[in-house]
Design a binder for this molecule. Structure first.
Ligand SMILES: Cc1cc2nc3c(=O)[nH]c(=O)nc-3n(C[C@H](O)[C@H](O)[C@H](O)COP(=O)(O)O)c2cc1C
Length: 328
């Protein structure tokens, strides 16, 4: 029988299927069920940078009330909102880690490198296995250059990895002027993994009422092509592991990403649509495909269809094939 184990960010996973960061992983009972269904790891739903900063603000207010802090420091933080989701998040991470054997990853959604990055140490103290940083802001500010937008990622990595020993992964989007070069340079930092790609909340129009409407929250299997292309282009050329996210809906989607060179895949929409038992089904499909094709381990076929190994590099590079556009 095939051995499905893989390594991702230095962690040994029993198979490549990780339940991606979402509401799927925000209860202990669901995490335990994912473990029982065979998932190799879970990424907990993200805490937002703003929530961390708001907690810091709350602490500063308390310190200020006791005459403990300079007024200028207070002015720097101008948040009105004071909430305490942070303590809950840290407790949840600790409880989740203690309740299952599979690796548990924390996740922070962030857009700046200011005011929150020390928090990574508190995440490490919960005992979780890794930290995923979902970093993205749409590059729509006309006054910011590509270089300024990119620098934020490097600043975040430098600050976070200076306070924690946890393996850190970056989950990124694909809106970038020079994506291949950017991913390569990110991989040369201390990050241990890059997740390609985050899926965005996209706008749509309701043309009858002239209102904005969100597009579907869930991906379709057809959406696998963007991450498949970029995993295939980047694998073998980066200094860290790659995890595929968006559009992996069945075991064959998982096989495709492994053939492209991924170390793991992250799945959300397919589980939302088909239920937790879909995890077991996907892993079974991978196993059957490996048995049928004579692969005993994942390393025997990982990256076999990556751009660097394929006889047809143009398959990933050409985006406007003459034959498609002429023949139709
Ligand atoms: C309901 C829902 C909630 C999500 N919440 C988060 C989140 O908190 N943090 C994050 O990094 N990604 C979040 N995502 C994005 C998923 O982790 C994933 O990247 C995306 O859904 C694409 O994968 P899929 O095609 O398997 O759904 C969420 C997705 C869904 C559908």
């Amino acid at each position: 029988m095939a051995n499905l184990s893989t390594t991702y960010m230095g962690l040994k996973l029993k198979n490549p299927l990780i339940v991606g960061s979402s509401g799927l992983t925000d209860s202990l009972s669901e995490i335990a069920e994912f473990e029982a269904r065979g998932a190799a790891a879970v990424v907990i739903k993200s805490l937002f940078e703003e929530e961390i900063i708001a907690e810091t603000h709350d602490n500063l207010n308390k310190m200020n009330a006791s005459g403990f802090i300079y007024p200028e420091t207070m002015e720097y933080f101008d948040f009105d909102r004071i909430e305490d989701p942070v303590a809950d998040y840290l407790k949840f991470l600790k409880d989740a880690k203690e309740s299952v054997k599979i690796p548990v990853f924390a996740s922070i959604n962030c857009v700046t490198a200011n005011g929150w990055t020390d928090f990574a140490k508190r995440i490490e103290d919960t005992g979780v296995d890794a930290l995923e940083l979902n970093v993205f802001s749409l590059p729509s500010d006309f006054n910011r250059t590509a270089q300024e937008n990119e620098q934020v990622y490097f600043d975040i990595i430098n600050k976070v990895t200076s306070v924690t020993k946890l393996p850190v992964a970056l989950k990124i989007g694909y809106y970038n002027a020079s994506l291949g070069n950017f991913i390569k340079r990110l991989s040369e930092t201390p990050v241990k993994g890059i997740v390609l790609f985050n899926r965005f909340y996209n706008p749509d129009f309701d043309v009858n009422n002239l209102q904005f409407a969100p597009s579907s929250v869930f991906s379709t299997p057809a959406e696998i092509s963007t991450s498949l292309r970029w995993i295939a282009i980047m694998s073998g050329r980066v200094q860290c592991d790659l995890s595929a996210s968006t559009g992996v809906h069945d075991g064959f989607g998982m096989v495709k990403q492994l053939l492209a060179g991924a170390n793991s895949v992250q799945v959300c929409s397919a589980i939302y649509r088909n239920g937790k038992e879909h995890v077991t089904y996907m892993i079974k499909q991978l196993e059957q495909w490996m048995d049928t094709n004579g692969y005993a381990t994942i390393d025997e076929f990982r990256g076999k269809m990556s751009q660097s190994k394929t006889y047809n590099p143009a398959a990933f590079e050409r985006v406007q094939f003459m034959k498609y556009f002429h023949d139709l």
